[in-house]
Write a protein that binds this ligand. Structure first.
Ligand SMILES: Nc1ncnc2c1ncn2[C@@H]1O[C@H](COP(=O)(O)OP(=O)(O)O)[C@@H](O)[C@H]1O
Ligand SMILES: [Mg+2]
Length: 383
């Protein structure tokens, strides 16, 4: 079955589409037929930030919801073209949507305990354009079952990385970074997965500000490499923010790594290269902390016996990858390519797999990762 998976993450860099031919789920047999990234136009990115920060009118939220549905459909069209696939071959679409709000833990609201999340991007536009079912809005059902609604990609991590002998960690470095720990010989209930803290977000904000928006990221981490990280700043954040020591499952919000942190960095008065190096070190150190404090104990293994498979845009930041290797000496670190998962499209492929499972009526959450009380079929189907 040919399935298009669509992911657009917290970096707000654009829309990733993976067109995958899925033969079976367990074992997961698949072939990536085509992939495409459609960058968000600056005004679309600004509109998403606007509705995320409550600066916009409700009408803008409704408009953006439909506009994104159209943009997702466009991106799927481009991906199909790129792979020479005729649209009639497509059977199913899985779309994460764009998160504009996520509160994974229940808090009191109007007298009730409520956890909530909102991903926008109207699926009807895609169902109409391609005439195939679209699975979207995956997170709420997990939250209704008591989970945090995130992360969802461990479903794929378990299918692809579980091994009888080798304990593995799947790391994704997007706007936020997250990991999945998969013990050797694991059952699904043995996994843990959680956000480790910032991924590329702080670095991206620094570059955007320094270049007036002309550049959106520090290619390969070249400018960061020219700087000196502020160890004190990283130490203070690691000690002062209770997030890092909190027991998983847990999800990090983009609020914590947005303007407030960038302002705090700028107040040091140091050159942007130093600030970039500091942001990279914070990313690497918070990942390393998560690996040693939470992942390795779950794996029952040391650094030397464990493999870490890295995906997401941060994998392209050579400086960040060097810092990770320094912070985690002895750990085998490589990209996910060996498992037929190109690092830029692993999450899009995950949403193809999640949609396929939902469509087949199979549970696709990982309760040990989200804290849900039971397995559930996540995703709503627009036919
Ligand atoms: N060549 C590169 N060098 C350094 N960083 C990169 C490079 N390419 C992409 N990135 C980083 O990856 C980010 C996008 O990663 P992605 O996995 O798409 O995150 P998200 O899921 O949050 O959208 C960019 O914003 C940028 O920070
Ligand atoms: Mg992205």
């Amino acid at each position: 079955m040919i399935v298009a998976g669509i992911m657009s993450g917290t970096s707000l860099d654009g829309i990733d589409v993976a067109v995958v031919d899925i033969a079976s789920l367990s074992p997961f047999r698949f072939e990536l037929l085509a992939s495409h990234t459609e960058a968000y136009a600056p005004e679309v990115r600004a509109a998403i930030l606007g509705v995320s920060n409550c600066e916009a009118h409700t009408a803008d939220l409704a408009r953006l919801h439909v506009l994104l549905g159209e943009l997702y459909a466009d991106a799927v069209e481009r991906a199909l073209e790129a792979g020479g696939i005729v649209p009639t071959q497509l059977s199913l679409i899985g779309c994460h949507g764009q998160t504009i709000y996520h509160q994974g833990d229940a808090r009191t609201y109007l007298g009730r305990n409520i956890a909530c999340t909102l991903q926008i991007g109207e699926p009807s536009a895609m169902a109409e354009r391609f005439g195939v079912p679209v699975v979207s809005d995956f997170r709420p059902r997990d939250m209704a079952a008591g989970g945090t609604g995130a992360p969802l990609v461990p479903f794929l991590d378990y299918l692809v990385f579980r091994d009888e002998r080798t304990p593995r960690i799947a790391l994704n470095i997007g706007g936020i970074a997250n990991l999945t720990a998969i013990p050797a010989g694991a059952a699904a209930g043995d996994l843990i997965a959680f956000d480790t803290g910032p991924g590329n977000m702080v670095m991206d904000s620094l570059i955007r500000r320094a270049t007036g928006g002309r550049e959106t990221f520090d290619a390969d981490g070249a400018r960061a490499r020219a700087g000196t990280p502020l160890e004190d700043f990283v130490d203070a954040e690691m000690r002062g923010n209770p997030y890092y020591a909190a027991i998983p499952p847990k999800t990090a919000g983009r609020e914590e790594y947005g303007d407030a942190m960038v302002e705090a960095l700028k107040r040091t008065g140091r050159p942007v290269e130093d600030l970039l190096a500091t942001a990279a070190l914070l990313t690497a150190r918070s990942i390393a902390h998560a690996v040693t404090q939470f992942a390795l104990p779950r794996l029952g293994a040391g650094l030397a016996e464990t493999e870490m498979l890295v995906a997401g845009g941060g994998r392209r930041n050579g400086f960040l990858m060097d810092l990770l290797a320094q912070e985690l000496p002895g750990l085998h670190i490589e990209g996910t390519e060996r498992f037929s998962l190109p690092t830029d499209f692993k999450e899009a492929i995950a949403f193809a797999a999640l949609a396929y499972a939902a469509f087949e009526g199979e549970a696709n959450n990982v309760p040990s990762a989200t804290g849900a009380r039971h397995p559930a079929i996540l995703g709503k189907i627009s036919r």
